[in-house]
Design a protein around this ligand. Sequence first.
Ligand code: NAD
Length: 382
Amino acid sequence: MKIVVAGGDGFCGWPTALYLSNKGHDVTIVDNLIRRKWDQELHSNSLTPIAGIEQRIARWRELTGRSIGLYVGDLNQYDFLRTVLLQTKPDAFVHFAEQRSAPYSMIDREHAVFTQVNNVVGTLNVIYAIKEIVPDCHIIKLGTMGEYGTPNIDIEEGYIKIAHNGREDVLPYPKQPGSMYHLSKVHDSHNLMFACRVWGLRVTDLNQGVVYGLHTEETLLDPVLVNRFDYDAVFGTALNRFLIQAAIGHDLTVYGEGGQTRGFLDIRDTVRCIEIAAEHPADIGEFRVFNQFTEEFSVLELAEKVRKVALDEGLACHVSHLSNPRVEKEKHYYYAKNTKLKDLGLEPHLLSDETLRGILQTAVEHRSRVLTENVLPTVTWK
Ligand code: NAD
């Protein structure tokens, strides 16, 4: 298949591009490299030293003989996006290219506005460009489990059957997102659903859980192919942050009580889920939603798991509780369905001590790169 991976220089996009290329797909990356600029803005870095995108792609070609196309540009520039689609005519458009940090979106008004414009307008442009140029192309859009929030009932995959005043319907599952970033994903979902209903586009919305890990088989082939690894309090995801803290001898900082429960998945499952979605496209006019996570953990459970492995590795490790910078329930019911990807063949990599040890060892290897002043949260929701 001809597959565009928008956001292909990022944490999920880069390993996905390599994985799909390795499977023989004709892959093109589209990215404006803004994630690297946010590191500069935040005086932060990836724990792993990452090569430039051209160098990454050239190395992949040297090692495997496979070419990956590259367009450096912004989805918000419609003419640029049109050119990409006219030249590539993709069968699938995988859309990772958004600002994806909840804390970044909550810094102030400017960052909230930027996040929503970048994400919502970027996705609107994708919708219009696909409609205009390749209407059969399957849009595979990264949403987030955070769109649902933490309702006191089971979370379904996208839709819920409701009986009301003697009548029944299957309706979009209610959304109660917890940040300006998560709201942008909800707005995207609505726009995409509208495009399916009205123009017959085909879309899979992947409500992804929090991703952990960094290596895949492909990124391990060579140091130039290494994936980025975010650890700071703005872009680092919970488990990755705890592993870094363990590596540098910092307390594992749980926000509030730590009963906040979420869906999680290994980066190796992210890449496979994208392949599954691409191999089984949504129908014309279908807005399909998959919940893309494999296990649920509370934040405190994760910290305890990391602590155990760190102690096994001879590292001193404590868990401490910070006053929560976010506004969220710290103890709540959480049960989300996630059967659709497994029914299509996903065999999850579950979170084992071995997996944690592997990531921890990489963190220890690079710990001299950690900027400790970035480890604690500075952005608050209020
Ligand atoms: P990332 O920031 O590492 O990668 C995103 C990439 O998109 C970056 O390389 C960035 O330069 C690019 N980008 C952003 N805006 C762009 C624009 N307007 N035009 C072109 N390129 C643009 O993020 P990630 O962790 O790889 O996440 C990828 C997607 O998956 C995001 O949409 C995110 O919301 C979603 N997601 C991620 C996680 C996670 O745990 N990482 C969890 C759930 C959902």
